[in-house]
Design a binder for this molecule. Structure first.
Ligand code: FAD
Length: 652
């Protein structure tokens, strides 16, 4: 049957990429259909019930700044929040939350069901409708044909998915879900370059069978006994608040020991990884426990976090023992650890192998180079992680919508967003193992902080139609307050005649010898915004340097009202890091010189004989869209870029 309604955007898959893609396209006014295996599993966390962390939290904040769902759903579902790296610089500080997976899923589903322009439909997609070199829709398992102008494919780990537990294996998309076999075959037929990757998950444990007294408690931030008890409980979304959080509960820590390691080693001969049953490459930064024991043989213990899966379940996720060893080994290794001697395993751990598609075959908008209107996002592009998937989903969804609206693609730069780094890394360098985000991947990370994601992106999101009125109003108030306060500090001068030496010494460590504005004082190490607030009340020099007659009060909590914390954070970071930030801006400008220089799509690299044979081959294979992309292809040297630039200048 041909479904009577035609859509602008069809999104296949209701995971983290698919839900953000569908919400984004619908927010932008496109008639959007989300086709997924099972409506009950919309927004399901396949693995670890946690969101955020270093690099990942940055992506979540960017998704949020563009009106996405992940941060708000985490605020509604988060049962423990922490700021990682809280004692380090603001660029690497990151929010991480433990989520109640049921509450999280419920929040995502509610947002989807209440989103105008969005239709949900439960069916497996088995085929894509392609006319010439353009996708025109999708066909489901029972033969329903849905026509659309664009399709965003976000099939996660499901394409020809195969689960391994020891030497046993079976076809599945993840435990309890069917694989997407027909769709995988169809994509192979379309000759889209693909490969196999793998990922794994630990066995889950019934918390009632854990002896918690033998484990170490780890409360979240803002909670007595936690790492940062004096901080407020963190909030993920720029629109969130602590009142949205459910009850907060702790995680726990136990450890592996020599006996655990011996048990693990005794299963190596039945490990699908070590016996060659699994061909796909796994995530280096999230290795299985057998991989850790094998690679770091000299370590006699590893920390294992026992993370509750929710407030209404006893299920516990033991973070650190992802494994595909046979079940008897899993049983023994779990029970060898302190507190887990009588643990009951609720679900076995497993590894899953699946198809991914080489992201170098995507344009910078995530549209496939081969088939117009077909976009890929999420794990299918060789990444791992909910946050990476959500960011890509939002990106592909908004670009599919822009295409339907006849507009140019939105391509954030590497100095503008982690999203820009993620997309650029994928389309220019591809992946050799599941890709995850780290702050170290961003060369301009001082600018790409969690705290300023809204300042970087919300205005662009508003222009595209992604940001609703409530978010826009809140953002505008904050932006204006930050700019007003920065100006005020810059134009408020402290004069040694007015500021008593004793007071100056108390706050600044020494008496000031000349006039300074407050912004400059704030730049000094050890001087904080509250220090300035409490200093010299009623004795400030006036706004202009020339006129020092009219003393004005210092700013107070009341002056900035509810925006106080957010404004102070921005003003303080701008002052403290202004030197570094300015230097980084200069670097960005220098790089921009060639970053956006377009390379003709039909450029015949074989004719650029000044380039080495290897460089010509690589450029012809990857066909970068800009000189900036070309510079990031492995093996393309700065010298090759100069030669290419000369060739372009000559009109080549
Ligand atoms: P998914 O979340 O996999 O969602 C895919 C969606 O598409 C599902 O709703 C599915 O039903 C639907 N779908 C697929 N094919 C079709 C079709 N043909 N028709 C209709 N619907 C379809 N990440 C980490 O960061 N760390 C980890 O340690 C980690 N371990 C993992 C372990 C396992 C076993 C698994 C399965 C995943 C793991 N992940 C891990 C990865 C994480 O789950 C994914 O990165 C993330 O969920 C990817 O999001 P996605 O939206 O791309 O795909």
């Amino acid at each position: 049957m041909l479904y009577p309604q035609e859509f602008d955007v069809i999104v296949v898959g209701g995971g983290h990429a698919g839900t953000e893609a569908a919400l984004a396209a619908a927010r932008m006014g496109c008639a959007t259909l989300l086709l997924t295996h099972n409506i009950e599993t919309l927004g399901q966390m396949s693995c670890n019930p946690s969101i955020g962390g270093i690099g990942k939290g940055h992506l979540v904040k960017e998704v949020d700044a563009l009106g996405g769902a992940m941060a708000l759903a985490t605020d509604e579902g988060g049962i423990q929040f922490r700021i990682l790296n809280s004692s380090k610089g603001p660029a690497v500080r990151a929010t991480r939350a433990q989520a109640d997976r049921i509450l999280y899923k419920a929040a995502i589903r509610r947002m989807l069901e209440n989103q105008p322009n969005l239709w949900l439909f439960q069916q497996a997609v088995d085929d894509l409708m392609v006319e010439g070199d353009r996708v025109v829709g999708a066909v489901t398992q029972v033969g329903i044909r849905f026509r659309s102008r664009t399709v965003v494919l976000t099939a996660g780990t499901f394409l020809d998915g195969k689960i391994h537990v020891g030497l046993n294996n079976y076809a599945a998309g993840r435990a309890g879900d069917p694989p997407a076999v027909s769709l995988s075959a169809r994509l192979k037929e379309l000759k889209l370059p693909q490969g196999r990757l793998k990922t794994g998950t630990p066995p889950r444990i019934d918390g009632r069978t854990i002896d918690w007294s033998k484990c170490t408690e780890q409360p979240g931030d803002g909670v007595r006994g936690g790492m940062n008890p004096d901080l407020p409980v963190p909030v993920f979304s720029f629109m969130g608040n602590t009142a949205m959080h459910p009850r907060q509960i702790p995680c726990w820590i136990t450890h592996t020991n020599q006996r655990t390691h011996d048990i693990i080693r005794s299963g190596f001969d039945r490990s699908p990884m070590f016996t060659g049953k699994i061909e796909g490459v796994g995530p280096r930064y999230c290795p299985s426990v057998e991989d850790k024991i094998n690679r770091f043989a000299d370590k006699d213990s590893h920390q294992i976090f026992l993370e509750p899966e929710g407030l209404t379940t006893h299920e516990v996720y033991p973070n650190g023992i992802s494994t595909s060893l046979p079940f008897d080994i899993q049983y023994d290794l779990v029970r060898s650890m302190a507190g887990l001697e009588n643990a009951h395993i609720l679900r076995p751990g497993y590894a899953i192998e699946y198809d991914y598609f080489d992201p170098r075959s995507l344009k910078a908008s995530f549209e496939t180079k081969q088939i117009q209107g077909l976009f890929f996002a999420g794990q299918i592009n060789g990444t791992t992680g909910y946050e990476e998937a959500a960011a890509q989903g939002l990106f592909a969804g908004l670009n599919a919508a822009l295409q339907c609206q006849g507009k140019d693609a939105w391509l954030p730069r590497r100095d503008e967003a982690y999203l820009g780094v993620l997309v650029d890394d994928l389309v220019t360098q591809g992946v050799t193992e599941p890709y995850r985000m780290f702050t170290s991947r961003a060369e301009f990370r001082l600018q790409l902080r969690e705290d300023n994601a809204d300042m970087r992106l919300t205005e662009q999101g508003r222009v595209m139609g992604l940001v609703d009125d409530a978010r826009w109003d809140a953002f505008s108030r904050k932006r204006d307050a930050v700019s007003r306060e920065t100006e005020r500090l810059k134009s408020t001068w402290v004069n040694p005649r007015i500021l008593e030496a004793a007071e100056s010494e108390r706050v600044l460590g020494k008496a000031i010898e000349r006039e300074y504005n407050l912004f400059d004082l704030l730049r000094r190490p050890g001087v904080s915004y509250p220090d300035l607030m409490g200093m010299g009340e009623g004795r400030w020099a006036p706004a202009t340097k020339a006129d020092d007659a009219d003393a004005r009060p210092v700013v107070s909590r009341e002056t900035l009202g509810e925006l106080h914390d957010a404004v102070v954070e921005q003003v303080e970071i701008a002052a403290k890091y202004s030197g570094y930030i300015d230097r980084q801006k200069d670097e960005v400008e220098r790089a921009a010189h060639y970053e956006h220089l377009k390379l003709p799509p039909d450029l015949d690299y074989a004719q650029v004989t000044a380039l080495s044979f290897e460089a010509r081959q690589k450029l012809a294979k990857h066909r970068p869209e800009t000189l900036g992309q070309a510079s990031r292809i492995s093996g393309i040297t700065p010298a090759s870029i100069s030669l290419l630039m000369i060739h372009l200048k000559k009109g080549g």
